[in-house]
Design a protein around this ligand. Structure first.
Ligand code: NAG
Ligand code: NAG
Length: 363
């Protein structure tokens, strides 16, 4: 039977370990958003939006599926590497306890969007308001270990990534030819509306203590193999989804600039994922890809029909493809994106790139 005194000593030693770990350890990293950044939360949910069977993960360290929508690492993993940290665990992973909590956490859930009515077809997914509630719960759990002040510091010094917006088009506005949102709004007005909702979500993150937040919008929605297969007749990027990305991303940059101005600090940093990906979509060979149109894993034209499963076509060398499945980039394309996030010019990063931010933060 452990006596109360031993329990107390144990707790003191435990807290001591945590405090020491916080010093000199990489900054914590928190991730919110959709399938582009989900590290496996949906494995624990009853939903069709999942990546936990082969060949997902074929190039991961374990060569097994993890729940990441990639052949290997995804964007958050590669950012963790740059931070000198291990990958964040999914918030629902039972292993996320003790000192693992100090690494941060991944709250993202494939299929979700800015709006609550996005991704309803996936049933049980963690919508953004719930992701933010989980972040609050996370902070309460860490407070129980470190105390409130240390927890506040951990969160304030952390890097945060949030990726939202693509599904509000693909799995909402464009999902059916007569979606409720399409009947309600034209594309421009819908985009203005979801940006105004995105702003509220970012303010809530700020209220929860986030002070360095990397914000990404949609990728080039009309150029993904799924769009080429279903909405394009000649293999050119599909017009309407491409227009959506072209409207959404500049609005996102404007909104972030105004938010930073209001807060009097560069809290939010916009990453223009469309321009980053358009570069290798326009000239795949220049980036070492043989194609940016055909997905590595899938079926039908451009391997862009349906989803990637064990029965799909599978390319032998994933590094030669920009797209892994009908919607998501390969690990190699993710590396190009993350490299641009770190060192890209102001064409891609507003107000500055992540290496500049990290240099400022380390002063
Ligand atoms: C989405 O749902 C949450 C929780 O029910 C709610 O707090 C939030 O206001 C809703 N968002 C929108 C845009 O309706
Ligand atoms: C981005 O990072 C590089 C260093 O890797 C730096 O030289 C460059 O000036 C930065 N660009 C901007 C716009 O901050």
């Amino acid at each position: 039977m452990p006596s109360p005194i031993f329990a107390t000593i144990f707790l003191v030693v435990l807290i001591g370990t945590f405090v020491t770990c916080t010093k000199g350890a990489p900054r914590a990293f928190f991730v919110f958003g959709d399938s582009l950044v989900d590290n496996g939360n949906n494995n624990y949910l009853i939903t069709s939006a999942r990546a936990d069977s082969p060949p997902y993960g074929i190039d991961y360290l374990t060569h097994r599926p993890t729940g990441r929508f990639s052949n290997g690492f995804n964007i958050p993993d590669l950012i963790s590497q740059e931070l000198g940290a291990e990958p964040t665990l999914p918030y629902l992973d039972p292993g996320l306890t003790g000192d693992k909590l100090l690494v941060g956490a991944n709250f993202a859930s494939a299929g979700i969007g800015i709006l609550n009515d996005t991704g309803v077809q996936f049933a049980n997914i963690i919508r953004i308001s719930q992701q933010l509630q989980n972040f609050e719960q996370y902070q309460a759990r860490v407070s129980a270990l470190l105390g409130e002040e240390q927890t506040q510091m951990l969160v304030n010094k952390a890097l945060v990534l949030i990726t939202l917006g693509g599904n509000d088009y693909v799995n909402n506005y464009f999902f059916t030819p007569v979606s409720a949102r399409r009947l309600q709004y034209n594309l421009q007005d819908f985009s203005v509306y979801i940006i105004s909702e995105y702003r509220k979500i970012l303010m809530r993150l700020y209220d929860l203590g986030a002070r360095r937040v990397l914000v990404t919008g949609s990728g080039p929605l009309g150029c993904v193999p799924s769009s080429l297969a279903s909405r394009s007749t000649n293999g050119e990027c599909a017009e309407e989804p491409q227009r959506a990305s072209a409207i959404f991303n500049p609005l996102l940059v404007q909104m972030i600039q105004s938010l930073n101005q209001e807060l009097g600090s560069d809290i939010f940093v916009a990453a223009n994922a469309v321009d980053m990906q358009n570069d290798f979509i326009r000239d795949p060979q220049a980036f070492g890809f043989i194609t940016s149109k055909v997905a590595c894993c899938g079926q039908g034209p451009y391997n862009g029909v349906g989803i990637c499963t064990a029965a799909s076509n599978l390319c032998p060398n994933r590094d030669l493809y920009a797209f892994w499945d009908p919607f998501h980039p390969t690990e190699r394309a993710n590396k190009i994106i993350v490299q641009t996030i770190f060192t890209g010019s102001d064409k891609y990063m507003t107000p500055m790139n992540l290496s500049t931010i990290m240099a400022i933060d380390s002063l």
